[in-house]
Write a protein that binds this ligand. Sequence first.
Ligand code: ADP
Ligand code: ZN
Ligand code: ZN
Length: 705
Amino acid sequence: MRVRVPFGRREVMGIVIECRTHSEIALADLKPVSAWLDASPLPDDWLWLCRFTARYYQHALGDTLHQSLPVLLRQGRPLEARTRERWFLTASGRDCPPERLGRARRQAELLALLRLHPRGLTSNIITAQGFSRAQLDALVDRGLIECQQEAVIDGPSPGSGGWLAEPALSLNREQATVLAALHEGLDRYHPCLLQGVTGSGKTEVYLQLIEAVVARGRQALVLVPEIGLTPQTLARFRKRFRVPVVALHSGISDGERLDAWLAATSGRAPIVIGTRSAIFTPLARPGAIIVDEEHDGSYKQQDGLRYHARDLAVVRAHHHAIPVLLGSATPSLESLALAQAGRYRHLHLTRRASRHPPARLELVDLRGRARQGGLIAPTIDAIRKTLTAGHQVLVFINRRGFAPTLACHECGWLAECDRCDARLTLHRQPPQLACHHCERQRPLPDACPDCSSADLRPLGAGTERAEETLAALFPDVAVHRIDRDSTRRKDAFENTLAEVRRGAPCLLVGTQMLAKGHHLPHVTLVVVINADAGLYASDFRALEHSAQLLIQVAGRAGRAEHPGRVMVQTLHSDDPHLRLLAEHGYDALARQLLEERRAADLPPYRFLALARFESPREADVTTLADTAASALRDWLGPNSSPVQCLGPVPAPMERRQNRYHVQLMLSSTQRSKLHEASAWLAAWLESNREARRVRWSLDIDPQTL
Ligand code: ADP
Ligand code: ZN
Ligand code: ZN
């Protein structure tokens, strides 16, 4: 329960998680609770999950509890859903002929309106019809109508029509096999990995699984990536079911979030759909958890409480003894390894629901070819043909801005951020140099700061430059740019997509915002400007992630009547990994990568924890990291320890926002041993005086190094 307690000179909110009858602290030193904020305890399942999360991720329990509550509850708001009024006719209202109201014409009309709605109408619907509060009050005074308070999100009321507002699609054979497998495990922990190409009907399977869960009076929790919870997705769920579907994402107000949380907690909301943090939503009657695009990076929180929502989904399903379904066209190597080991049931959808199979990736060699805004002649040709045929083209480039940097053609100077080990990105709209790591912005220089030459040129291409080139090459068609800059304005993204869905030939240029989830039925050609970023990166996961992104982008092509084509420009068209992906698909590459990971003793065959240290003073970080590492090594003992300690080493970007970053890697094949070692390290840092001058954190199962 939440309480208010004295804390120094202030009072703060706290949460009582246990009661004790004895204390080591003298009674006189203990302070009484000032006030109890809750009449009944906070949900059990939530507390259980928070305890697990805090322990597993080595994070303070207090902060875990705090972060996983809706803002209004953190502020002490009561556990009460907002209500609204619903108006009904009374018995005498039902019997009253409208003439009795004489000259009160509007009151008679209001009475007639309510007569048409035996289940009542809410105040906002009534006022939207132009009726006033005074007219409502007058009818109450005459004893003809009355109102009831109801929660803003009301409970399920299937009525006569059943749970579904529209009939489910009849499944193809593959989908039916998958659904039958899922039906077998509705009453137990049943972890399944659903691997299905884009457009193979995974979402339809989710919907029918949810239907089975709801029909049993249970609740379904659906997690979607940050970028994936589009109005389109939500509309699809809401259109199917006659029960409330509550959404939890960054776009809702604090009040809406509290309402949704309470509706889930009380069981009034049978379907809860949300992004990462929704995993902490309490459920009165949990029935299934679904994680869509389970490989998506946004499930891992990258600061503070560094949890992975997909992993917590599996833990939570195990705790509740309910099924958990992880879906993806390109599953993470972690999930694939568990499926290979028989820990997850591996389900497949190989065929698209529409006529056309997913397009193959065509590798287009960039070597020795002149580029225009990043594009070469064969690709430009293909774009022209597609537009002439009346179709749409998506050009994917994972870099916003005009160019990755500005260079001096005279002396080789490059625009660099003075606070980070990073280049500044050149932007044209508005014109400036910007650091994408610390948000530093600088005006464009007229001349090179080193040699004063005026010959400054953009180096490479970003979305703005591709947009400019395409607009010049194809002046007669619309070019829509979609990236974080062009969609800052609310609704800008949705408006553009609506325009694109109308179907006129056009060009879409964008970053990964475009790659995920959106149904673009008229796109038949996808062009990837450069596939090489992930091929030789230092992070061992880079290849996995760029393959997932490529397949996802490719999945945008040819989803409706026409077949699709995907052209991937690269400087490394003989790269064996890229060829494997292009010729044999994601599955073949994933199997190969798993073999390589096993050989190199890397996740998912080994578990990692990363200790990060940062400070504005370089000496402080290195000293602390060195001391911590040797203390840990002493504790671990001689080389035979099951836990290895690597480093400290500078972080990939050592200086960021004028702070120095150093890291220490722990690894083990035994999760429990890694856990003990990280707990020891956390305790050591907690009690070390030097550590107070340095910001440090532990990242369990880090996703980026
Ligand atoms: P995914 O989630 O795997 O990308 P969807 O569930 O969105 O696939 O399905 C892709 C398209 O195919 C959607 O337009 C969907 O309505 C349609 N679809 C899915 N299953 C069926 C089916 N059994 N019969 C007809 N159309 C289907
Ligand atoms: Zn110069
Ligand atoms: Zn910077």
